[in-house]
Ligand binder design. Structure first.
Ligand code: EPZ
Length: 439
């Protein structure tokens, strides 16, 4: 394969892409990593802890590395000791998060509550994150105000002062994952009982609760319709292992169904994937789950799963919407995919069309007519999970597929190419040097 040169006026710079040759079955075992969306708020929560925290077996998701940079910027310590991440915020001496750190990840907003709780004032630039919609933070700020903080938004920063923080009841108008986590962490630093009604019930909320309690906090009710935080206790260091990543799990399950073969996933929590597993029971594959193992046996072309609508947990996860669209693209029959949580989470469709998919999408409603065959193409990862859907499509497409902008995929999948290669997938990570196109 000749080197990849891409037309651009940008400075010469090396970036990376995936090169995939489709058609291989997947067979073998994969170990699921700890959950990105659990580790990110937990790293933010270490801001509240006086003492050393050891997070065990932390994958090098790029979002995790950014959160470590944020901790260091604030004056804390964040170092890897092998696979374990050691964080110590005893020496925290800053309460300001600049745009260059905050704007690259959504999880930077999770530091607002802990910084405000610890330092009693915070200045945090607006967060970034995948371009899948507006991603407002009004529910975060409304809750922080209801806990007594004075919040002003100015020049791209959120200024919060907490001289008068007080515990109390908060009712979320929408069960936002991030707002629930932010407010849990702020409430931990406020004397008295705070209750959060209509909270998010995602498993990552339970994990955050477990982490805070392992540090000596007193939080209960995660997964129910009210979370109760008895705040004001000093948090001490601990050693903690985050839950398995349910979205990585779902991505490998879908990849196995699409490619065919026999795959065993280890270090899973099958409970967390009930919505997906019930959808896939119709697609002619055999999936068995026992303890922390999920086994997928796929011997024939999948049959359409029918329809899927994304919802808050325990409904179908929005983060698996794009991978499911890729599955539908090769399944026998028509499928309907409805995205209810994010208003711009279908950019992957434009890229899938380049691979011969038969898809129509409008206002979050996507109809897919499954094809027997897709064709390799040069495509571009629009966001983390959209990029994952392109990898899945490339694994089954005839011929070569190159996927650019894979740094977005690295945000939430660790060693994706290596793991798929071990299963038999023909996928390589290539460095591409950009130059003006040859005449
Ligand atoms: C978290 O994002 C996850 N990210 C997302 O995963 C996930 O898709 C999402 O939860 C839903 O499960 C992390 O945990 C780092 P939300 P978050 O607040 O907290 C609206 C991935 O691919 N909303 O539950 O931003 C919002 O616009 C990422 O791993 C407000 O209106 O999600 C959206 O429509 C993508 N106001 C809905 O709620 C607010 O103040 C869900 O957002 C906050 C949110």
């Amino acid at each position: 394969m000749e080197r990849l040169y891409l037309e651009t006026n940008e400075h010469r710079k090396a970036s990376e892409c995936f090169l995939i040759i489709g058609g291989n079955h997947l067979n073998g075992e994969v170990e699921i990593d700890c959950a990105k969306n659990s580790l990110l708020p937990i790293i933010a929560a270490t801001i509240l802890v006086e003492g050393e925290v050891e997070l065990r077996k932390v994958p090098l998701y790029s979002d995790v590395l950014v959160m470590c940079d944020i901790i260091r910027h604030l004056g804390g310590k964040a170092v890897f000791n092998g696979e374990n991440l050691i964080i110590d915020c005893s020496g925290l001496d800053k309460n300001c998060l600049p745009n260059e750190l905050s704007a690259s990840v959504r999880s930077s907003i999770f530091t607002l509550g802990p910084i405000l709780g610890r330092m009693r004032s915070a200045k945090v630039a607006y967060p970034g994150g995948c371009d899948i919609g507006l991603r407002p933070i009004d529910l975060h700020l409304k809750g922080v105000r209801e806990l007594g903080a004075k919040v002003v938004e100015k020049n791209g920063y959120i200024y919060a002062s907490g001289e008068k923080l007080k515990s109390g009841d908060i009712i979320l108008s929408f069960p936002s994952v991030g707002a629930t986590e932010n407010l849990m962490m702020l409430a931990v630093a406020i004397e008295g009982e705070t209750r959060i009604f209509n909270p998010a019930r995602e498993p990552e909320i339970n994990d955050l609760q477990d982490f805070i309690n392992a540090c000596g906090g007193d939080v209960s009710g995660a997964g129910s319709n009210a979370i109760v935080i008895k705040g004001g206790k000093k948090l001490h260091g601990t050693s903690f292992k985050a839950m398995p990543d349910r979205i990585e799990t779902g991505t490998y399950i879908i990849a196995s169904v699409m490619c065919g073969g026999e795959v065993v996933l280890k270090n899973c929590n099958p409970q967390h994937n009930n919505a997906l597993l019930s959808k896939l029971s119709k697609t002619a594959c055999k999936i068995t789950a026992k303890d922390d193992i999920i086994k997928i046996e796929a011997r024939s072309r999948p049959i359409s799963f029918g329809e899927v609508e994304t919802a808050v947990y325990p409904g179908f996860p929005t983060d698996l919407q794009a991978p499911m669209t890729a599955l539908a693209s090769v399944s026998d029959g028509y499928s309907l995919v409805v995205e209810n949580l994010f208003e711009a989470r279908s950019k992957h469709v434009g890229e899938l069309l380049k691979m011969g998919c038969d898809i129509k999408t409008r206002n979050g409603i996507t109809i897919i007519n499954g094809r027997e065959k897709l064709y390799g193409a040069d495509v571009f990862s629009p966001d983390l999970r959209g990029g994952a859907s392109l990898v899945l499509a490339g694994l089954v497409a005839e011929g070569y597929t190159t996927i650019e902008n894979i740094k977005l995929i690295d945000r939430g999948y660790y060693k994706l190419a290596e793991k798929l290669q071990r299963l038999g997938g023909d996928i390589k990570r290539l460095e591409i040097s950009r130059r003006g196109c040859d005449s």
